[in-house]
Design a protein around this ligand. Structure first.
Ligand code: 13P
Ligand code: ZN
Length: 261
């Protein structure tokens, strides 16, 4: 488990350095069930069970590290167990217990994290980490209606630099503005993450998944880099040409890129 917590702290530091994590912005959840020893399984809850808001059947008895609500990524980078907690989903699949190390309330975006974690287990995915963050350039693009079409935005980002296509072959999906922390935001995010690498929340941030939190971070970093290249060209006074459709198709064929999660 130390390795997983170290990775979470490492990524929290990157998020702060990149300016994606103002104040308490963003959150991280990682499924650590296979790293929980017998001693931890027996730890009694620190506070009475709390409601998730819905039943998520695949999460019965699962353990997660979750960033605490209101906690800062820059603090998490140095003291991950003070800025987050370990939670266990109860047998009714609709509540959770906080078991370690402090009674820190988990992130307000827990509905989205657990909804997607439930889907990952149900679908047999190897992904165990979920990330929400506020990458500046992608959020800026989401303020223009022309980039709220996921296919159009994906095509633009892929065309900025070949690696975007290679490392984000499913592209980016878009969820129209929804209340932060709401079940509606969680359900719309699930619908998009089934078919995309990253989901953009209009005028708010992004949501990503990965085998571990490093991979989830990389997915956002790759797509936001493409957004920065686009923005840089526009700032230099021209509209970037972008790779051609043929060049994009060639990469998809040569690298046998998946078209579905
Ligand atoms: P939390 O501090 O509750 O994790 O919220 C941060 C955030 O980015 C909400 O969208
Ligand atoms: Zn947010």
């Amino acid at each position: 488990m130390k390795h997983t917590i170290d990775q979470i702290a490492e990524v929290a530091g990157y998020l702060w350095q990149k300016g994606w994590a103002e104040r308490n912005g963003g959150n991280i959840t990682v499924n650590i069930t296979d790293q929980i020893d017998e001693r931890m399984r027996q730890i009694p809850p620190l506070v009475p069970s709390l409601a998730i808001g819905k039943s998520l059947p695949a999460l019965k008895g699962q353990f997660f590290y979750a960033k605490g609500t209101g906690k800062r990524m820059r603090d998490l980078a140095r003291r991950p167990m003070e800025a987050g907690s370990i939670i266990r989903i109860t047998d009714d699949c609709a509540h959770y217990d906080i078991i370690a190390e402090h009674p820190v309330m988990p992130t307000s975006e827990l509905p989205s994290h657990l909804e997607i974690q439930n889907y990952l287990l149900q679908s047999g995915s190897t992904c165990r980490a979920t990330l929400h963050t506020h990458p500046i350039e992608l959020v800026a693009m989401s303020h223009s209606p022309q980039w709220l079409d996921g296919n159009r935005l994906t095509r633009l980002l892929w065309s900025m630099i070949p690696e975007t296509l290679a490392f984000a072959p499913l592209g980016i999906g878009v969820v129209p503005y929804a209340l932060p922390g709401s079940l509606s935001l969680a359900e719309q995010t699930l619908a998009q993450i089934r078919h995309h690498d990253v989901v953009l929340w209009e005028k708010h941030g992004v949501f990503a998944v990965g085998d571990d939190i490093i991979e989830a971070f990389d997915q956002v970093d790759v797509l936001n880099k493409a957004a920065i290249i686009y923005m840089s060209a526009r700032s230099m006074g021209f509209v970037p040409e972008g790779m051609t459709d043929d060049a994009i198709a060639e990469i998809q064929q040569v690298f046998h890129l998946p078209t579905q999660r």
